[in-house]
Design a protein around this ligand. Structure first.
Ligand code: IPM
Ligand code: MN
Length: 358
């Protein structure tokens, strides 16, 4: 009996469209020969739609998105739209409405791939970024706008329930990994209220996971260690804003954000989870074919894994690993591979169909 995998596809803006096309191709190829039929629905959301109709995320489309098993998203944001309108109205709206409280961002370094680090070491960690609270919640106010007395307030909201569930998820994640190490990152020496709430739950829940080693790091120190000794990390737990910043840095040290995937997960499955590269819409290179679709393709693998298609996910991951090896070989011989978005997609898809060395 054939199963159906209903995917809502939101290519979005800029390079989002280009990389999502490759991700969807790879996903389908990885499922070839299985009993799964992919049924995708394209959603025309983002800057072009906004300019055309003024709509950002109409209710009926949100409802329709909810009827899917998972969401594949490219990138949101365009210089022609005031910053925040699409990011808040579309991307964060989806993350919040669909209760994507786990923003999971794995970082892995493939030896030989060009990196700004002299000694990258063995980098293989995952950031568990809280996805629905903190400074992203949108609370705040502006007083005396436009005057010399203007006061702009952005409020970070952290709830006991919100903190408890993300802390618990991070412990589960650490427990499932070989090193079983959890580093929680905050700024509790200054942000005492939010930091204290995280600390309480980390301390309490750590009792249930005696095998997990826990340490704490201030976020400023974490930015240093991500550069000087990234191999020390296994699972990093942090809030929404710190997680946003640290995962861009993590992407950079492992060879560029073009390789970094992410999953916005609603673990209870009440709503579909959403998979997207951590990079943005990169309007400066949109349409040039320079975008690396690897992060989007790796995000499709996270989607497959989340939906229970572990074999197909492994096929994609192995193909990416092989492609990384090819990059490393080219880099070592001094000839960096120059390929278009589509050529990288082709190369990875070829490796999915015919894994190297088999
Ligand atoms: C990301 C992005 C988003 C974020 C923006 C576009 C709202 O930077 O996914 O990391 O800050 O979460
Ligand atoms: Mn970001």
């Amino acid at each position: 009996m054939n199963r159906e995998l209903k995917i809502a596809v939101i290519p979005g803006d800029g390079i989002g469209k280009e990389v999502t096309e490759q991700a969807l191709r790879a996903l389908k190829v990885a499922l070839e020969g299985s009993e799964v039929n992919v049924k995708e629905t394209m959603f025309d959301l983002g800057a072009a739609r906004y300019h055309r109709t003024g709509e950002i995320l109409p209710d009926d489309e949100l409802e329709s998105i909810k009827q899917h098993d998972a969401i594949l998203l490219g990138a949101i944001g365009d210089p022609s739209v005031t910053p925040g309108i699409l990011e808040r109205g579309l991307l964060l709206n989806l993350r919040f409405t669909l209760d994507h409280y786990v923003n999971l961002r794995p970082s892995k370094y493939y030896p030989g791939v060009p990196t700004p680090l002299k000694n990258p070491g063995d980098i293989d960690f995952v950031v568990v970024r809280e996805g629905t609270e903190g400074l992203y919640c949108g609370e705040g106010s502006v007083e005396n706008e436009g005057t010399a007395d203007e006061v702009a307030k952005e409020v970070s909201v952290n709830t006991a329930k919100g903190v408890e569930r993300i802390v618990r998820y991070a412990f589960e994640k650490a427990q499932s990994r070989q090193r079983k190490k959890l580093t929680w990152v905050h700024k509790q020496n200054v942000l005492q209220r939010a930091g204290g709430l995280y600390r309480r739950y980390v301390e309490e829940i750590s009792k249930e996971y005696p095998q997990v080693t826990v340490d704490y790091m201030h976020v400023d120190a974490a930015t240093i260690f991500l550069v000087t000794e990234p191999s020390r990390f296994d699972v990093l737990l942090t809030d929404n804003l710190f997680g946003d910043i640290l995962t861009d840095e993590a992407g950079a040290v492992t060879g560029g954000v073009g390789l970094a995937a992410s999953a916005n997960i609603n673990p209870e499955g009440t709503y579909p989870s959403m998979f997207e590269p951590i990079h943005g819409s990169a309007p400066d290179i949109a349409g040039t074919g320079k975008a690396d679709p690897t992060a989007a393709i790796a995000s499709a693998a996270l989607l497959l894994e989340h939906m229970g298609y572990a074999d197909a996910a492994r096929l994609i991951d192995a193909a990416i690993t092989d492609d990384m090896r090819n990059r490393a070989v080219a880099a070592q011989s001094g000839a960096q591979l120059v390929r278009t978005t589509e050529q990288i997609g082709d190369a990875i898809i070829a490796l999915i169909k015919d894994p190297a060395g088999h």
